[in-house]
Design a protein around this ligand. Sequence first.
Ligand code: ADP
Ligand code: MG
Length: 730
Amino acid sequence: MAKQRFTAFNEALNRAPLEYNGHNHPKYSEVFGINVFDRDKMRCYLSADAYESLITSIDEGRRIDRKIANQVAAAMKAWAMEQGATHYTHWFQPLNGATAEKHDAFLSIDKDGKAIEQFKGEMLVQQEPDASSFPSGGIRNTFEARGYSAWDPSSPAFILDQTLCIPTVFVSYTGEALDFKTPLLKSLTALDKAAVSVLEYFDKDAKKVFATLGWEQEYFLVDEALYNARPDLALCGRTLMGHAAAKDQQLEDHYFGSIPARVTAFMRHFELEAYKLGIPVKTRHNEVAPNQFECAPIFEEANLAVDHNQLIMSLMDRVARQHNFRILFHEKPFKGVNGSGKHNNWSMMTNMGVNLLSPGKTPKNNLQFLTFLINTMKAVQNHSALLIGSIASESNSHRLGAHEAPPAIMSVFIGKTLSAVLDELEERVSDQKMTPDEKTELKLDIIGKIPEILLDNTDRNRTSPFAFTGNRFEFRAVGSSGSCASPMIVINTAVAEQLNAFKSEVEKIIAKGIKKDEAIIQCLRKVIIESKKIRFEGNGYSQDWIDEAERRGLPNIQNPIEAFKTFLHKSSIDLLTENAVLTKRELEARYEIRNEIFLKKVQIEARVIGDLAINHIIPTAIAYQNVLISNVKGLKDLFPKEYEQMGDHQITLLHEISEHIHQIRKQVDEMIDSRKEANLVENVVERARLYSENVRPHIESIRYHIDKLEMIVDDEMWPLPKYREILFVR
Ligand code: ADP
Ligand code: MG
């Protein structure tokens, strides 16, 4: 093993499991939310009037009243300072998918030159971060490099590192959304209105409907020393080269296996930090691949769940470093090893706590359940391409369709029981008026018979991108590094649109003198028929399905560049503008930003693999060639007659190595030329296309030759830690 590799490996091996495995952790229920300015704390620190006003704004999703902003700010400051906070920041989610913060001290100098701690209402409601470097897709010209951020009261403030963090929306000077949160909140409002309106048929007490989200976050852990010895991991978040280890996941022995002590220590640590921030993490387990793990919380209201996912990702990253790990959220850090996703479990819940995707006890409850289930399916069909677009990224494209993650074709799986119910409804209902007997029969035989608990009944089809799992849908194509907000925006809005359409259809039929229940059933049958092509119960990884999907006319969008174009489809623009979620300009900006991020990622990877190939790999291959050459020369000196036969293996290797070196050199040159050519193009979208078509393929083909060399060159000389070394945690 090469010396630097040996040192890194040894360092990793010698790391003792860390103290967080200790037993002296606090009782979790006691620390839960201690660093959050939640309702209990609001009540303590605010006057009764201010508290009432604030809670009303939160519950009704309204901006907080300017008049009480000062009081709220004073209360937050008092609480935060008691906890030792010295700074505050507006915490927001710019379109690069990360979170951003700019810290300001509470410290201020008053007019008499005296130092005081200050935090006023206007600092809560409106902040102007100097944010000219956040992507804005041309919306915010640099000369007016201003964005405003304002507290989103539906997500509580929290303290992290002695800083009061205030979750905020981020909009441009001209009012356009520059973040994920603004359209997410708007999509939640659209869904709320539409769902409450449909609920008038079923539940008059329902005054508000929330989307619920429970994400499942997958990730890899890598030892820090090994990570630092791999420039590709450090700079790109994934390995750009590396031959498969002799053993990785073939034995499928990692999933639900026991978690290494060092990893448990890390998990306990970040879970404790998460509890303090009110993030209800619940499950942890190993994933399929070595070094791969998952954590999932108890679901929450979608906006809060999105914030919590963003927050926990940064938390995990920080805690991992304290344990000499690096965490990888990249969707495909290792070739040939399963990648990471982030399943988004989604449902709708009323203010009465009723889950709208949960079957009930009575036929009436079940009709309500079927209404929301069937309309959700139709919504997914209506906007299946945009849903793929919403989760498309450079990194996620390495995982989608790779027989480990759902294919880039949207379909909905509902399981045998429900499929049978929908089929029967389709068969037995018609446009004709039903007799009272027929109605009773239908209610009792079919609708009334849906088992209350479907959870155990739904055979879990792991290959479906959008699966019904008993009381929620699970969107499985979301990438591990991406924001949940983007797919949530599309699902919420698409379902809102479909529910509105459904309601107006039902009203039309009622207007013809048909009774409410019957009108609903007739309309449901229509939606069942219309949404047939999105239903698929089979193996989503099979070639048969790809062919079948094509026959059905379902989009199959594998290339991210193509997927981004769905933002500009007429149906997408209509959907998002008509429901007041995003304007056309905002969509165009988002389209541009996605392209820009894609091209930058490819550009970085291309540079890194080029440098590694020329500076690390080729010199190592040449050094090994020299060893072989002197060996052959020596043989020739000693055995002038038999040397060719004796050096047979070495001579073949010399040829092979030369060929790989030649290919690498050639491909790197071509890649650099393609980059130069693409960089001359002004238009970002066009440049991204050139990067996708002309630069990106070289990364894979250069890798091919490097991986071959890794197999040939003396292990002792190879400069980078190998997969078998990185993919272990003990
Ligand atoms: P699995 O790996 O079998 O999919 P997990 O327990 O890892 O199951 O994750 C299930 C996720 O689904 C959890 O985050 C859970 O909170 C979430 N979930 C359960 N019910 C709902 C619901 N009604 N709405 C949204 N998410 C839900
Ligand atoms: Mg799941």
